[in-house]
Write a protein that binds this ligand. Structure first.
Ligand SMILES: [Zn+2]
Length: 157
Protein backbone atom coordinates (compact mmCIF):
# COMPACT_ATOMS: atom_id res chain seq x y z
CA UNK A 1 0.00 0.00 0.00
CA UNK A 2 1.34 3.35 -1.00
CA UNK A 3 1.30 6.14 1.55
CA UNK A 4 0.47 9.68 0.71
CA UNK A 5 3.43 12.05 0.85
CA UNK A 6 3.50 14.51 3.74
CA UNK A 7 2.69 17.38 1.40
CA UNK A 8 -0.43 15.79 -0.05
CA UNK A 9 -1.46 14.57 3.38
CA UNK A 10 -1.53 18.08 4.79
CA UNK A 11 -3.23 19.47 1.68
CA UNK A 12 -5.71 16.58 1.74
CA UNK A 13 -5.16 15.90 -1.90
CA UNK A 14 -4.64 12.64 -3.62
CA UNK A 15 -1.05 11.52 -3.95
CA UNK A 16 0.20 9.47 -6.88
CA UNK A 17 3.48 8.10 -8.21
CA UNK A 18 3.97 11.29 -10.25
CA UNK A 19 3.27 13.58 -7.31
CA UNK A 20 5.15 16.83 -7.83
CA UNK A 21 5.23 17.70 -4.14
CA UNK A 22 6.81 14.46 -2.98
CA UNK A 23 10.14 15.13 -4.64
CA UNK A 24 10.04 18.79 -3.63
CA UNK A 25 10.06 18.15 0.10
CA UNK A 26 12.58 15.35 0.33
CA UNK A 27 15.36 17.76 1.28
CA UNK A 28 13.44 18.53 4.48
CA UNK A 29 14.38 15.96 7.08
CA UNK A 30 11.39 15.65 9.40
CA UNK A 31 7.97 14.70 8.13
CA UNK A 32 6.35 17.34 10.35
CA UNK A 33 8.55 19.99 8.79
CA UNK A 34 7.66 18.72 5.32
CA UNK A 35 4.00 19.17 6.17
CA UNK A 36 4.59 22.57 7.79
CA UNK A 37 6.43 23.90 4.76
CA UNK A 38 3.82 22.66 2.30
CA UNK A 39 0.92 24.07 4.28
CA UNK A 40 2.67 27.41 4.75
CA UNK A 41 3.38 27.74 1.02
CA UNK A 42 -0.13 26.65 0.08
CA UNK A 43 -1.50 29.41 2.31
CA UNK A 44 0.92 32.00 1.00
CA UNK A 45 0.66 31.33 -2.74
CA UNK A 46 -2.68 29.58 -2.75
CA UNK A 47 -2.84 25.85 -3.36
CA UNK A 48 -3.28 26.12 -7.13
CA UNK A 49 -0.75 28.93 -7.31
CA UNK A 50 1.86 26.88 -5.49
CA UNK A 51 1.36 23.86 -7.74
CA UNK A 52 1.52 26.06 -10.85
CA UNK A 53 4.74 27.70 -9.69
CA UNK A 54 6.34 24.31 -9.04
CA UNK A 55 5.12 22.88 -12.34
CA UNK A 56 6.60 25.83 -14.21
CA UNK A 57 10.03 24.23 -13.96
CA UNK A 58 11.44 20.92 -15.15
CA UNK A 59 11.30 17.98 -12.74
CA UNK A 60 14.89 18.14 -11.62
CA UNK A 61 14.59 21.80 -10.63
CA UNK A 62 11.37 21.51 -8.66
CA UNK A 63 12.92 20.85 -5.25
CA UNK A 64 15.01 23.99 -5.75
CA UNK A 65 11.91 25.91 -6.82
CA UNK A 66 10.04 24.77 -3.74
CA UNK A 67 12.93 25.86 -1.58
CA UNK A 68 13.18 29.18 -3.35
CA UNK A 69 9.45 29.81 -2.88
CA UNK A 70 9.82 29.09 0.82
CA UNK A 71 12.62 31.63 1.25
CA UNK A 72 10.82 34.09 -0.98
CA UNK A 73 7.62 33.86 1.06
CA UNK A 74 9.41 34.15 4.39
CA UNK A 75 11.48 37.08 3.16
CA UNK A 76 8.36 38.83 1.92
CA UNK A 77 6.67 38.46 5.29
CA UNK A 78 9.70 39.71 7.22
CA UNK A 79 10.28 42.60 4.80
CA UNK A 80 7.11 43.22 2.78
CA UNK A 81 8.73 45.67 0.38
CA UNK A 82 12.19 44.36 -0.40
CA UNK A 83 11.55 40.71 0.32
CA UNK A 84 14.26 38.09 0.55
CA UNK A 85 16.49 39.87 -1.97
CA UNK A 86 16.35 42.99 0.18
CA UNK A 87 17.23 41.02 3.30
CA UNK A 88 20.16 39.49 1.48
CA UNK A 89 21.51 42.77 0.14
CA UNK A 90 20.95 44.59 3.44
CA UNK A 91 22.95 42.03 5.36
CA UNK A 92 19.83 40.80 7.16
CA UNK A 93 19.71 37.35 5.61
CA UNK A 94 19.76 35.78 9.08
CA UNK A 95 16.23 37.11 9.59
CA UNK A 96 15.06 35.30 6.48
CA UNK A 97 16.81 32.12 7.53
CA UNK A 98 15.33 32.22 11.02
CA UNK A 99 11.85 32.78 9.57
CA UNK A 100 12.31 29.71 7.37
CA UNK A 101 13.53 27.72 10.36
CA UNK A 102 10.49 28.88 12.30
CA UNK A 103 8.11 27.73 9.58
CA UNK A 104 9.81 24.34 9.33
CA UNK A 105 9.86 23.87 13.07
CA UNK A 106 6.46 25.19 14.12
CA UNK A 107 4.56 25.94 10.94
CA UNK A 108 3.34 29.09 12.60
CA UNK A 109 2.49 32.13 10.55
CA UNK A 110 5.59 34.24 10.97
CA UNK A 111 5.23 37.93 11.57
CA UNK A 112 7.10 40.95 10.48
CA UNK A 113 10.01 41.26 12.84
CA UNK A 114 9.36 44.31 15.05
CA UNK A 115 13.03 44.54 15.96
CA UNK A 116 13.91 44.92 12.31
CA UNK A 117 14.46 48.47 11.17
CA UNK A 118 14.31 47.31 7.57
CA UNK A 119 10.58 47.74 7.28
CA UNK A 120 10.57 50.97 9.24
CA UNK A 121 12.75 52.61 6.60
CA UNK A 122 10.10 51.94 4.05
CA UNK A 123 6.92 53.16 5.61
CA UNK A 124 4.37 53.73 2.91
CA UNK A 125 3.77 57.42 2.40
CA UNK A 126 0.40 58.80 1.40
CA UNK A 127 0.15 58.84 -2.35
CA UNK A 128 0.13 62.64 -2.58
CA UNK A 129 3.40 62.78 -0.67
CA UNK A 130 5.03 60.36 -3.10
CA UNK A 131 6.22 62.97 -5.55
CA UNK A 132 9.67 62.89 -7.02
CA UNK A 133 10.75 65.74 -4.73
CA UNK A 134 10.00 63.84 -1.55
CA UNK A 135 10.80 60.36 -2.72
CA UNK A 136 12.95 58.99 0.10
CA UNK A 137 16.55 58.48 -0.89
CA UNK A 138 16.68 55.35 1.18
CA UNK A 139 14.44 53.44 -1.16
CA UNK A 140 16.15 51.01 -3.45
CA UNK A 141 15.57 51.02 -7.19
CA UNK A 142 13.35 47.97 -6.79
CA UNK A 143 11.62 49.39 -3.76
CA UNK A 144 8.75 51.81 -3.39
CA UNK A 145 9.11 53.57 -6.70
CA UNK A 146 8.98 50.43 -8.81
CA UNK A 147 6.08 49.08 -6.79
CA UNK A 148 3.96 52.13 -7.36
CA UNK A 149 4.78 52.29 -11.04
CA UNK A 150 6.43 55.63 -10.40
CA UNK A 151 9.04 56.43 -13.00
CA UNK A 152 11.86 58.86 -12.37
CA UNK A 153 11.01 62.16 -14.02
CA UNK A 154 7.36 61.25 -14.45
CA UNK A 155 5.12 64.15 -13.56
CA UNK A 156 1.84 62.33 -13.84
CA UNK A 157 -0.02 62.04 -10.59
ZN1 LIG B 1 2.10 13.67 -2.84
Amino acid sequence: MRLSCNGCRVLRKGCNPDCIIRSCIQWIKSSDSQANATLFLAKFYGRAGLLNLIEAGPDYLRPAIFRSLLYEACGRIVDPINGSVGLLSNGNWAECQSAVDEVLLNGLPIRQNPSSNVAAQHQILPLNAQTSATCPRTSTPLGTSARLGHRPGSRTL
